[in-house]
Design a protein around this ligand. Sequence first.
Ligand SMILES: [Zn+2]
Length: 117
Amino acid sequence: MWRTLQHMYKGTCPNCNKGEIFKQKGVLYKFKMPKMNEYCSICEYKFEKEPGYFYGAMYVSYMLTVGEAIVFYFMLSYIFQFEDNFKIFIMIAISMIGLSFFNMRISRIIWIHLFKN
Ligand SMILES: [Zn+2]
């Protein structure tokens, strides 16, 4: 379990735990999307097993986004003492856009590790 979490954090192949899943992390301010390798460079494990394989990763991404939004809401309203809900909503929306590439990448990594076989 702990090792799997380590490999998810590093973004390595679920089969050999050495090859990188993503060749490019993605840069939001340059509008560069994260790019995946099709196969593991070390063990030739195919990451996208079938067309549409990563549709399921959208559920993981949704869970991550909701979790992050709840954490941001409590941070803004209790720690930073913001009272205007509209301002809190705008700040959460901006931070969700900022985290979108990270969420996309980490949700695909989680999805690949969930269904390795
Ligand atoms: Zn591999």
